[in-house]
Structures are given as structure tokens and as C-alpha cells.
Design a protein around this ligand. Structure first.
Ligand code: NAG
Ligand code: NAG
Length: 419
């Protein structure tokens, strides 16, 4: 892993599921057994430690254990996409550098008629080869993975202390095109709400409630969890997931609040994306925010500075800054305000640590970037930097997104979790 500079801009936000060219329809009927959900009596969770940080490393990652015997893989937890895939020796046509040997697939191919295959190919699902399910996913930064779906077991510890080995459908990715935000990992952990998402798969096997969350620590690391028995719901602020925009985890439209005051930068379609290290605003809102921030700095002893290439706006003081505390006189906290129902509003607070960082040269840099410039069109993305030191909870059953301030340094102990 490279240090000292931001080498990678985590940015995994699924743009397309592309089905590789397909021709003939397969009309043979095939029966596929689908595991049934085990009612409402589920009260276990899975907690995975996270490693990495927003700066200088530029991404967080988790370890999953796949195969028989289980082998470890480092994957990028991505709420912006559904499919979990590993760089795969199938053999590999084009793989990128990875921390572990490429995954060696078993022969348990997912057939084309499988509902998970169909859900990946929404719209034009045809089966060239009924025996397998080809996939291609393309992310917002232009990176992609092409491969085939397989079933394999994953070794998972439940918070109840039980160790299980559920069979999961994952992608064996044998042809990757790295985007500019490419990360040197073994694959992606798809936490999106689609059927192929890990959470949905564990849920349909009756193992957990259909809830996923993360807690990124500003000191690095943190944890990820599936299921709902590790937080106190009464302390969580939540807002409904958008009914109009369902593809990603979105609370709908929000307004930027700066220093506690509405800014008029509103009607911003917001998405929570753990696959993105930084936060992105579409150009108008970005420019509006820059205006407010620079206006606030005028007359103060800070000057614009050139620093890391990926962070276009940095400022230096008379002496190098050592921490965010050194700049607290110069900046104001931000927030995003969402309407969470008839006349009620919910606010997602972004303290200085959630949008500023101190570079290795001791400058303070804006951790919010221009989304329009990187092709995000009108989407506004809340990335890892703004979600640090909070538990962020995506409840696919209640259809809500919630958050609560938290110490993310250590996963909660199992005995402290049950209510
Ligand atoms: C499960 O828990 C055991 C015992 O605490 C630990 O040694 C092991 O690494 C854990 N395995 C996984 C897959 O998390
Ligand atoms: C943001 O990006 C758009 C599109 O590339 C560009 O036109 C605009 O000038 C950028 N704004 C800033 C402040 O960089």
C-alpha cells in the first residue's frame, strides 16, 4: 500500500450491469431451488473488522474467507453496488495486483436461469450458455469487472458465537479494467440492496435481518456489520430511503447547511456510497460551497496552496497544521438536511473532520470534490470521509437509512450487543 500521498480515489459506484453479447434464448425449463426466509425470529449479526483509512491510504477494506478450505481475501466494502466478486484465476485474462493469490473457482457454476443471474441482467436476460451466468459490472470511475457467477462457501462468525458456512453467489472476475480509483485489493464486497448483494443473500437464507451498516474510524479501521442486533435503534436518527430513486441507498433530495444555516444549495440527489473515499457535490453545489468556504477564509491567516493532485483546494497557515483542531477557527461545520416525511426533517451532520483533512505537508484540504468533473452528473455522493465516526445503517426491511455518532475503533463485544 502506498503512503504519503493520495494515490487512489475510492470510487465504486455502480453505473451499469452489462450482459455480454447474447443470442439465442434457452427455452428449456429448469427448476431452481431457492432458500426460503426463516420468519422473523432472526437475531444474529455478522461483524467484520475494517482496515485502512481515508488518508493517506485512500480506502477501507474488509477480509472475507471464501472456499473450502477457506482462504482470506481483502475486499472493498461497497454500498454503491450489489455484486461481490474476486479477482479470479479462471484463468485470469486481465487482473490487477492483489494482496492474495487470485481466487481459484470451484466447478459450482451458477446457471443462467438462476434468479440472481436474472437480477444482474435486468431487462435483457438471455442465455447463450444455460450452464453459466456471465456478468460484467462497470463502475462510475470507468473501471469494470467481467466474469462468471459461481457458488462457494464463506466462513462467517455470527455474533451469537455460532460459526456458519453459508453458500454464496459471487463473481469470479477474470477480466478487470482498473479505473482511476483502482485499489490494490482482491475484489469488491457488494453491500447494495439488490438480490445479489451479500446482505440480501444472507437474509434469504434466514441468517440475518436485511440490514447492513458500517462504522469507519477517523483513526483508521472500523467495522462492518450485517444484521441488526449491534446497535440501539432508539439512538439512531433515520430517514426513509427514496421511493423515486431505488437503485442505490439514497435518502432522496437534500440541502447543504453551512454553519447551521440553510444555504439554498438544495434539491441535491444524495447517495450514501461506502465505495467512495471522498464526498462529491455536483458542480453548482460544489461551486456554491467553495464560495461560502473561501468567503469565510478571507481576512484570516491562511492562503491557498498547491498540494496533493487529487485534492484541488488546500490552504496553508503560518505554520503547518497538525490536526483539524488547528483549523477549527477558520471553518464551519456542514450538514445535509433531508425531508423525512410530512414536514419533518433529518440532518446528517458533517463536522470539520467529515470534509477537511490535513495533508502530509500540513495544509488543510477540502475533502469534497467536484462530482460533475468525474462524470457523476447530478448525483451527490456521501463518501467515507463524511461517514467517519458514525454508525451508518441501511435497513432494507424498514426502508430507512440511519446514523448515530459512534466510536468505531473497536467492534462492539458480542456480550455487550444484545439488548
Ligand atoms: C471467528 O472467530 C474465531 C474465534 O473468535 C476467530 O479465531 C476467527 O478468526 C473468526 N473467523 C472469521 C471468519 O471471522
Ligand atoms: C466542476 O466540473 C465542471 C465539469 O467539468 C466544470 O465545468 C466546473 O468548472 C468545475 N467547477 C470547479 C469549481 O472546479
Amino acid at each position: 500500500m502506498k503512503r504519503g500521498a493520495i494515490m487512489v480515489l475510492g470510487f465504486l459506484f455502480l453505473l451499469f450491469n452489462v450482459s455480454p453479447s447474447s443470442a439465442s434464448d434457452d427455452r428449456r425449463q429448469k427448476w431452481w431451488k431457492w432458500p426460503s426466509s426463516a420468519g422473523n425470529s432472526i437475531c444474529s449479526s455478522v461483524v467484520l473488522p475494517l482496515y485502512g483509512n481515508v488518508y493517506p491510504q485512500g480506502f477501507y477494506y474488509a477480509q472475507i474467507n471464501i472456499g473450502h478450505p477457506p482462504r482470506p481475501y481483502f475486499v472493498d466494502p461497497d454500498t454503491g453496488s450489489d455484486l461481490t466478486w474476486l479477482q479470479c484465476d479462471a484463468p485470469c485474462v486481465h487482473c490487477t495486483q492483489a494482496p492474495h493469490p487470485y481466487y481459484r473457482p470451484n466447478n459450482d457454476l451458477v446457471p443462467c436461469k438462476d434468479p440472481l443471474c436474472a437480477s444482474l441482467h435486468a431487462g435483457d436476460h438471455r442465455c447463450d450458455d444455460p450452464g453459466q451466468c456471465d456478468y460484467e459490472v462497470e463502475y462510475a470511475d470507468g473501471g469494470s469487472s467481467l466474469g462468471v457467477l459461481i457458488n462457494d462457501v464463506s466462513l462467517v462468525n455470527l455474533t451469537t458465537g455460532v460459526r456458519i458456512t453459508p453458500r454464496l453467489t459471487i463473481g469470479c472476475g477474470y477480466d478487470q479494467i482498473p479505473g482511476p480509483s483502482y485499489q490494490p485489493l482482491d475484489g469488491v464486497l457488494g453491500l447494495g440492496k439488490g438480490k445479489t448483494g451479500i446482505v440480501s443473500q444472507l437474509h434469504s437464507q434466514g441468517l440475518i435481518r436485511n440490514v447492513v451498516g458500517h462504522c469507519f474510524s477517523s483513526r483508521g479501521g472500523g467495522f462492518l456489520f450485517f444484521g441488526d442486533d449491534i446497535y440501539d435503534p432508539s439512538r439512531v436518527v433515520s430517514t426513509p430511503m427514496s421511493r423515486d430513486y431505488r437503485k442505490h441507498y439514497s435518502p432522496g433530495y437534500g440541502e447543504v447547511i453551512y454553519g447551521g444555516k440553510p444555504t439554498g444549495l438544495k434539491n441535491l440527489l444524495v447517495i450514501f456510497d461506502s465505495g467512495s473515499s471522498f464526498t462529491y457535490l455536483s458542480s453548482q453545489a460544489y461551486e456554491g460551497l467553495l464560495y461560502l468556504v473561501t468567503k469565510e477564509l478571507s481576512g484570516k491567516p491562511v492562503k491557498e496552496a498547491v498540494d496533493d493532485k487529487t485534492l484541488p483546494f488546500c490552504w496553508k497557515g503560518r505554520r503547518p497544521f497538525r490536526g483539524i483542531r488547528d483549523v477549527s477557527k477558520y471553518f464551519k461545520p456542514l450538514a445535509l438536511r433531508f425531508s423525512s416525511g410530512w414536514r419533518s426533517k433529518t440532518q446528517f451532520e458533517i463536522p470539520l473532520e467529515g470534509y477537511l483533512l490535513i495533508s502530509s505537508r500540513g495544509n488543510v484540504c477540502l475533502g469534497i470534490l467536484n462530482g460533475t468533473e468525474v462524470g457523476l452528473q447530478n448525483f451527490n455522493i456521501i463518501g467515507d470521509i463524511s461517514m467517519q465516526d458514525k454508525m451508518v445503517i441501511y435497513d432494507n426491511e424498514k426502508q430507512t437509512i440511519g446514523w448515530t455518532p459512534a466510536n468505531c475503533d473497536r467492534p462492539p463485544r458480542p456480550d455487550a450487543m444484545s439488548i
